[in-house]
Design a protein around this ligand. Structure first.
Ligand code: ADP
Length: 632
């Protein structure tokens, strides 16, 4: 039993293929994790890196408490089951299962006990004397599982173990593997390209595409809250319907229009509470998603009605899929028409080709994505909310509350739009609010706070409960102020970035050699950033060389740090203080080095003009610029 922790893991193959990018995830003990995605998305590579069969380019992998990047596969306490069972044809089932343990020189009676127990769990006791060729595909796959079970590993890795089996057997083995997980109470990591397998087996699923993790969540949450259009389309059958369209907020309604159709529906604005308001002005193109099961052929089922032209139906026995088009004017029914819609209808539904029918839509389940980035416009934890406000004499009036503006935010009197990130809202302030909803978003408690007519969001502890009053505080360094569409105040930039290099130099150290102190040659490492040199530990240098290769010393590196990870010191990077911005409780020095700006947290009353910026190499995020790989 063990947890598995992937921390900024990358894989770049020698031919330059970047198979896995910045994969980070904590897998708890006993979880059943499924990696799913189309062929070539990096699932197997990730699994093979966990197994130790593939070198990790950059990042840190832990099994239990141990960093295992450089540990041999056999020492990792994992067992892997492959698609091709790779059984030894000349050995019996018993011998196949016992083989690995024999190699490890386990006593015979112990091997016997383990093989028999595994055979019992898998229901193959009666086949122990058979050779693999006298067994069916499903039975052979069980033997392959048995060979993994007898090892009693901390982590089971399974790479498409069922894809050689026919559909019926696959379904049967699916539930057997789930049961096996339950019996063994061990961590399972399972790779498949089949979303049904992923949905039915995983406690959590990692959806991958093109080497990037798209979303990590439970099957139910992936279905309900897809974070982007790819996940929305990948999970669920038939595939979610997608339409190009626009959203326009007017009063307490949002008009949803689908391009190239007559469909225009007024939904309650409350359905869009979490939506980024920039998408609600009727001009930004969006992709609207609605699943077949959220559209009904009964026009009375939901209050939102639309007409469509039927092209054909598919009877599935349990239900019937109606293929239609919202563009009723078009005589041509094109399968890939952007206005095509699939509707789930009761079994036995019948419609004529080209019949125009009225359907109703469950807009409470609408999904909306940015037309370009394809990310949802309404993340489960909203990034920010925007509100109208006014400023008069350095006081911000917001939702009926007055907030004194700090020195850092000085603007003319007038009307503004203030954008407040969710991270900027705390419950330790003075603005009166009521908690109207609470939800668990992957372990974080999100509360919906009603202030006047507006809904704000905050991450809160268990004290904030529905129906209770709360007092909101706003971290003003995170807000943005806009006047007539122009940004007049930006949030304090949090991500400082400077470029530089890793350097090595020869040094002579005194070392004990055969009982005598001797002077020996050695290497010392440093980070050379903007004319200053910072000591780099051997461990960090090794990490940079491991990820970046021997020529990492010639490569451009980017060093990222927050205003709290840089200090004004005696030595370091020379910079000029352009100004000190004061947010009341906190002050920051805005430091210039040529074109570059670095924000530094400074004590109240700070007044220096020429400074040295000091950094701690171990605290920096270090990115190899050309290949865009995070090395540390
Ligand atoms: P999946 O398991 O999701 O189908 P893989 O992890 O096998 O995907 O592959 C991810 C990407 O890495 C693909 O583009 C594949 O072509 C590439 N790749 C896999 N193995 C190698 C290799 N040994 N050398 C170079 N490229 C590889």
């Amino acid at each position: 039993m063990a947890s598995v922790k992937l921390n900024h893991i990358y894989k770049v193959y020698p031919n330059g293929v970047k198979a896995v990018n910045d994969f980070s995830m904590d897998i708890a003990d006993k979880e059943f994790i499924v990696f799913v995605g189309p062929s070539g998305c990096g699932k197997s590579t990730t699994l093979r890196m966990i197994a130790g069969l593939e070198e990790i380019t950059a990042g840190e992998l832990r099994i239990g408490d141990m960093v295992v990047n450089d540990m041999e596969p056999k020492d990792r306490d994992i067992a892997m089951v492959f698609q091709n069972y790779a059984l030894y044809p000349h050995m019996t089932v018993y011998e196949n299962m016992a083989f690995g343990l024999k190699l490890r020189k386990m006593p015979k009676d112990q091997i016997d006990a383990r093989v028999k127990e595994a055979a019992r769990i898998l229901g193959i006791t009666e086949y122990l004397d058979r050779k693999p060729k006298a067994m069916s595909g499903g039975q052979r796959q069980r033997v392959a599982l048995g060979r993994a079970i007898v090892r009693e590993p901390k982590v089971f890795l399974l790479d498409e173990p069922l894809s050689n089996l026919d559909a019926k057997l696959r379904t049967a083995m699916r539930s057997e593997i789930s049961k096996l997980h339950h019996k063994l109470q061990t961590t399972f990591i399972y790779v498949t390209h089949d979303q049904v397998e992923a949905m039915t087996m995983g406690t959590r699923i990692v959806v991958m595409k093109d080497g990037f993790v798209q979303q990590i969540d439970s099957p139910r949450n992936l279905y309900r809250f897809p974070g982007n259009k790819f996940v929305a389309g990948f999970i669920g059958t038939p595939q979610m319907n997608f339409f190009d369209g626009k959203l326009l907020k007017h009063g307490d309604k949002v008009a949803v229009t689908l391009d190239n159709t007559d469909v225009k529906l007024d939904a309650p604005a409350s359905y869009f509470n979490k939506a980024n308001s920039a998408y609600l002005d009727g001009s930004k193109p969006v992709v609207i998603g609605l699943r077949a099961e959220h559209i009904s052929v009964d026009p009375k089922q939901y209050p939102f009605k639309a007409k469509c032209r039927v092209s054909h139906t598919e009877e599935l026995g349990t239900d019937c899929q109606v293929y239609a088009d919202f563009n009723i004017a078009s005589e041509e029914t094109v399968a890939e028409s952007p206005t095509r819609v699939i509707v789930k209808a009761p079994a036995g539904s019948y419609y004529n080709v080209d019949e125009i029918i009225e359907v109703s839509l469950d807009l409470a389940h609408i999904h909306v994505f940015d037309a370009e980035t394809e990310n949802t416009i309404a993340p489960r934890i909203p990034q920010e909310v925007a509100c109208d406000c006014t400023v008069a004499n350095d006081t911000l009036s917001l939702l009926g509350n007055e907030i004194a503006l700090p020195e850092a935010i000085k603007v003319q009197n007038g009307k503004y739009v203030v954008t407040i990130p969710t991270t900027a809202i705390n419950l330790k302030g003075k603005i009166e609010a009521e908690v109207v909803e609470e939800e668990d978003v992957n372990g974080q408690r999100l509360v919906h706070l009603k202030v006047g007519d507006a809904i704000l969001f905050a991450i809160a502890d268990a004290e904030a409960k529905v129906g209770k009053k709360a007092k909101i505080g706003i971290d003003l360094k995170q807000i943005r102020l806009e006047k007539d569409g122009e940004v007049v105040v930006n949030p304090l930039a949090y991500d400082n970035a400077l470029t530089g290099k890793l350097a090595k130099r020869k040094i002579v150290v005194e070392k004990e050699v055969k009982g005598k102190m001797k002077k020996v040659n050695d290497l010392a490492f440093s980070l050379e950033i903007a004319g200053a040199s910072f000591e780099c530990s051997r461990a960090l240098a090794l990490r940079l060389v491991n990820g970046g290769g021997q020529d990492v010393f010639n490569k451009d590196l980017e060093f990222r740090f927050t205003p709290y990870q840089v200090a004004i010191g005696e030595e370091g990077i020379a910079a000029t203080v352009e100004k000190v911005v004061n947010y009341g409780a906190e002050s920051f020095a805005v430091c210039k080095l040529g074109e570059k700006t670095v924000n530094v947290s400074v004590p109240d009353g700070f007044a220096e003009t020429e400074v040295k910026l000091s950094l701690n190499a171990d605290e920096l995020a270090i990115i190899e610029v050309t290949r865009s790989i995070r090395l540390a």
